[in-house]
Design a protein around this ligand. Structure first.
Ligand code: CA
Length: 298
């Protein structure tokens, strides 16, 4: 297994990314990741307003996967996400959904013990997830804080160990980078951050040749989640719906009206996060109504 060390950091996904390591299809990669605050918050006195913002929202990588080409799908199987034993969460004026109502900056250091995040006398079960994960885009320059079709800062609590994430490949080798692990996060990520932790993430990489989704897709035991990130949550919710209807139409050979009716009956349109430059929505499509393997529908 190859390791991408914590000092191989990127702050943007773009078409000119230089690989940190090269690996092969079917191999496993270990990413050492730093928290999204760049390791700058270690006490309640470290507030977001005082941080060096050039060190925020970083990712580790990228990894070049031999044999993966533009037009393919990169298939990332998440084997494990091991968070450190302490995390940090921050908020303040102008930040998050209720930024207008936050009167001062606030930081908490959150201990993690025996699989729980401690918040006062509450013990919240950890559910470690990857906030930033993506590949090099076809063109453009996406700061690691911004999500789009290449992935990026999707802050989706469903990207956990045991899941598979599918990305549209736009550059040779795909150039996979990830970071911004949260020990736990709710849908919305409403205060602007979650339990931000350093972590060790292991993934296995595979591919689907010659086909790809338009947006990243997460596979769970019983569903596919199409992740859409756009400037407003309204746009993201609408496009996630459109993508779900399109997939259902293809899978079941239905005209748009019937596919939309089926979506209305069986697809959940959900919110991943409301606080990043692009907001992320997801369409949850039960595998049971697709009737065909995902690879045949791309
Ligand atoms: Ca994030």
């Amino acid at each position: 297994m190859k390791t991408i060390p914590i000092d191989c950091q990127i702050y943007a996904f773009n078409s000119q990314m230089k690989p940190a390591v090269r690996t092969e299809l079917g191999s496993t990669l270990l990413f050492e990741t730093q928290d999204a605050l760049g390791g700058q918050v270690r006490s309640p006195d470290d507030i977001l307003a005082d941080l060096d913002f050039t060190r925020i929202n970083l990712a580790t990588g990228p990894g070049y996967v031999d044999g993966v080409n533009p037009g393919d799908t990169l298939v990332v199987c998440i084997h494990s996400i091991e968070p450190a034993d302490s995390g940090a969460i921050v908020t303040g004026p102008g930040l998050g959904v209720l930024g207008n109502e936050m009167k001062k900056h606030a930081t908490r250091i959150l201990p993690i013990e025996d699989g729980f995040v401690l918040f006062d006398d509450l013990r919240l079960p950890i559910r470690p997830m990857i906030g930033v994960i993506g590949v090099a885009p076809e063109e453009g320059h996406y700061a690691t804080g911004t999500a789009h079709k290449h992935g990026g800062n999707m802050d989706t609590k469903e990207i956990v160990a045991g899941r598979i994430v599918y990305f549209p490949v736009a550059q040779p080798g795909a150039l996979l980078a990830l970071g911004d692990v949260h020990a736990v996060q709710g849908d919305g990520e409403v205060c602007v951050s979650a339990c931000e932790v350093d972590a060790r993430v292991t993934v296995e990489v595979a591919s689907i040749a010659g086909r790809q989704p338009e947006w990243p897709i997460v596979e769970t035991d019983d569903a596919f989640l199409i992740l859409v990130s756009l400037p407003t949550i309204d746009e993201a919710l609408e496009e996630a719906t459109r993508q779900a209807v399109k997939l259902l139409g293809k899978a079941r050979e239905l005209p748009a009206e019937d596919a939309c009716m089926l979506a209305s009956l069986a697809v959940d349109i959900e919110i991943s996060q409301l606080v990043d430059p692009n907001k992320t929505a997801r369409a949850r499509i039960p595998k049971s109504i697709l009737g065909a393997p995902l690879a045949e529908l791309l």
